[in-house]
Each structure stands twice: as C-alpha cells, then as structure tokens.
Design a protein around this ligand. Sequence first.
Ligand code: TYM
Length: 330
Amino acid sequence: MERVFSGIKPSGELHLGNYLGAIRNFVDLQNTAECIFSVVDLHALTVPQEPDDLHRRTLDIARLYVACGIDPAKATIFVQSHVSAHAELGWLLGCFTYFGELRRMTQFKEKSEGQVNVSSGLFTYPVLMAADILLYNADKVPVGEDQKQHLELTRDIAQRINNRFGEIFKVPEPYIPPKSAGGRIMSLDDPLRKMGKSEDPKGTIALLDPPDVIAKKIRSAVTDSGREVYYDEENKPAISNLMVIYSLCSGESLESIADRYGSTGYGVFKKDLADVVISALEPIQKRYQELTEPGRIEAVLEEGRRKAAAIADETLRTFQEKLGIVVPKA
Ligand code: TYM
C-alpha cells in the first residue's frame, strides 16, 4: 500500500483554500493509501505566535481534520512536536541542504520581504518540511500548488543523501490538483493573490465562519468587468475562482455552471454560490462542535503520536547509523 503524508500549520484559521486544495484530497486518499496527517506546530513558530492562539489552533486543526472526514480509524493524525524525530532529522538534513537552495525559495522571499527581524527558522523551514515527509518514506504528498517548490527541494535532498549513502529515503511524488480543481484558490478581494491564513479576513472564508458571514463575504467578493459567467483564468480571474469554489463545493462541472449562469449576471450566481458553500461547510461545522467534548481529540492525537513515532524513530535511527553517529541502545 502506498504511504501518504501531509501537514497543515496552525498559524491561522483554516480556510476554504486549505480544504479544497488539500484536506479534500486527504479524505479521498485515506481509502486507498496508508495516510499520515500532521498538525505541524513547529512550522507555525517560524513567525511570532500568541501562545494561547497556537495552543487552541493546534487542537482545532486536529478537530477539523476529523470534522472534514478524516477517519482516525483509517488515518494517523498527530501533532508534529509530539514526535521529536522531526526536529532531529530536520537538523541532520540541514547539514545536506545548501544555503543557495534555501535562498531561492519564493515563499521565504515573500514572507521575509520588508521584515526587519527574520528568524533563521523561517529560512530553514523547508528543511523541516523535508524531514516531515522523509521520516515516513511517503510515496505521495497531497498539497496545494504553493508547496510545489518545497517538495522539489525535499526530492533533491533525498536524492543527494541516497546518492551518498545508498537508498535511505523514498523520493516522494507531489500530489497537486490543477488550479481549476482547487490547487490554488484565490482571495475573494484580490483574485491575483492566493487565499491565505494571514490574509485580510474579507478575502478568506474560514471553515468555521457562520453562514451570514459567508454570505456577506461572497456578496462583497470582487468580480471582473462584464457580467457573463464563464471560465477564463487569464481574463476573468475573479469569476473563474468563484466558479472553481462553486464546482468543488457542489460537484457540478465548470461547463455546466457556465451553461446555467452564463447570462444570469453575477448577482444570481453569487447568491447561489453562497448557498452552495454554506451547505458544504454545514456538516463540517456540526461535526466540529461534537468534537469539542473534553479529551476526545486528545485521545485521537495520543494514538496518532504512538503510531507516527514508531515509524519516524526507526527511519531516524537508520539514517543516524549510516551517518556514523553512535546510536545509544534503546
Ligand atoms: P499551510 O499550512 O500553509 O497550508 C496547508 C495546505 O493547504 C494548501 N493551501 C492551499 N491550497 C489551495 N489554495 C490555497 N489558497 C491554499 N492555501 C493553502 C497548502 O498548499 C497546504 O497543502 N509547508 C506547509 C505545511 C507542511 C507540510 C509538511 C505539507 C509542513 N510540513 C509536509 C506537506 C508535507 C504549509 O505551510 O501549508
């Protein structure tokens, strides 16, 4: 059976981009592959976090994984910092990653631009991400398009180490949907920027936004000139983005949406889009509420920690031995 690994960092509230670009595929893959999904809290710490928010969001993401349909009986769900092998392998891989490679990462360039104090954690972040993936010898990594460059670096690091020491790490394949299938959901108030956890909330639909808030955000979403509804990423970026959201939340194809709303004007389309998004999120929000019962998610995470650590510790030990590290007896 193939193994799948992915993670989400608790640096903000989960949004529709996270769901449509990544989590939806996690849910599909759990039926055909051995899946491991992490709440990657150490990644969130690369930029300043309020301790109370970090704590709450870490548990919230785990609950949302389950609420979105990840079944803890099928997939492993755990918190990254609960398995210390992530930080340890991160250090070791950093010794095989070049400064020039990290300096080229576009996400680092974007996030560090104009900042006075940029942490070295933000710079080495892709190395920790490589450690997350390589520890589990994952075959596939489902992510949105923005993580493509980090996955390429992960593959380069794995190949470099395998060339030097023999086949230690599986070289993972990215699993990224095209833009028209959710790989890059754009902001509602600027269709040229991606929807992000740290963007203006007006442009972002959080998975836990109440129905009236969702309806208002969609009503005020930016549209393109003209009034026809059809898919054209280049000339109609705003409407194309809304159509992708409609299509993925309802299961209806882009063609069929264009046929139906082609000439009704944006107003009717947006009103129906709000209903479609609200109905898609309603069952997730309901299940999320049930999971707030004390101790429930903690038990899932403890079981996940045990399973993840068993795999990760073994991979780490194998690599340490290859490197010549004197490994203490267990
Ligand atoms: P993060 O936490 O920023 O985002 C989580 C997942 O959501 C996807 N995503 C999007 N997809 C489509 N449209 C959007 N607007 C959008 N915004 C976010 C992301 O691509 C991601 O799949 N570095 C990762 C977390 C990570 C990780 C890993 C992922 C750490 N270690 C190991 C995979 C494997 C990140 O910052 O994702």
